[in-house]
Ligand binder design. Structure first.
Ligand code: ARG
Length: 245
């Protein structure tokens, strides 16, 4: 099979998946979502990058992690320009219609990032306020579910970095994004004087998965490797490296 050839470094160029020309899997990400994926000295680093490295080593798959950006990542999965995506991607029913996902590897929930002293104490308090989100995220979905689609107060940015920038600039009153990301940002930037609001009545638990084009043959192999990495303690090493528990 192509996978076996890849494992022994063959230069074979034909793959079974829609004309994939290289045995090396291209894995897309949006490297603007610390601590999961971000650029450091031009390199993509983070929890996801380290987990992927461990999983691909276990699966004996060669890969290249590519900074595609967030929305282009989904387009690239659909057109099979990339063979997988790891980017703190929440597994949900909407996405499952178009993509396959690995087993869940990380639990998450949306939270609200505001400036210290903000009157916002819950999702309900966001009514009539300007809120930034990264375009096409579950944070956007949650706000649209709550306040209706096209609600003028939800401002969408291409990256979460820009969504946070909008809060710092005073363009918006709040940011909605994944808990780990906003918690780390607030903690690592005390000079910015930010507070994180947790609202478990309005936001639901989510789980991240590695995404694949529908019908991908890599899913099974990667799921197996992910389970091994969890069972043999590698996952918790990576977890401790990034989350210091
Ligand atoms: N977990 C959220 C979602 O799936 C946000 C993920 C954003 N990830 C990123 N690398 N920008 O919608």
């Amino acid at each position: 099979s192509m996978l076996a050839l890849a494992a022994c470094g063959s230069q074979s160029t034909s793959g079974p998946e829609g004309g994939s020309k290289n045995e090396k899997l291209v894995v897309g990400t949006d490297a603007a979502y610390a601590p999961f994926e971000y650029l450091k000295d031009g390199k993509i680093v983070g929890f996801d990058a380290d987990l992927l490295k461990a999983v691909m080593k276990e699966a004996k798959l060669k890969y290249e992690l590519k900074n595609t950006g967030w929305e282009p990542l989904f387009a690239s999965l659909k057109s099979e320009q990339v063979q997988a995506g790891i980017s703190a991607i929440t597994i949900n029913d909407k996405r499952k219609q178009t993509y396959d996902f690995s087993s869940p590897y990380f639990e998450s929930i949306n939270k609200i990032l505001v400036k210290e002293g903000s009157p916002v104490k819950s999702v309900d308090d966001l009514k009539g306020k300007k809120v930034s989100v990264q375009n096409g995220t579950t944070g956007q979905d949650a706000l649209e579910k709550k306040f209706g689609k096209g609600e003028a107060n939800v401002k969408k940015y291409e990256t979460n970095v820009l969504a946070i920038q909008a809060l710092l600039n005073g363009e918006v009153d709040a940011v909605v994004a994944d808990n780990t990301v906003v918690d780390e940002y607030a903690k690592n930037n005390p000079d910015k004087k930010l507070t994180v609001v947790n609202d478990k009545t309005n936001f639901e638990s989510e789980y991240y998965g590695i995404a694949f084009p529908k019908g991908s043959e890599n899913k099974k192999k990667i799921d197996k490797a992910l389970q091994t990495v969890i069972d043999n303690g590698t996952y918790s090493k990576v977890y401790k490296k990034w989350f210091k528990v």
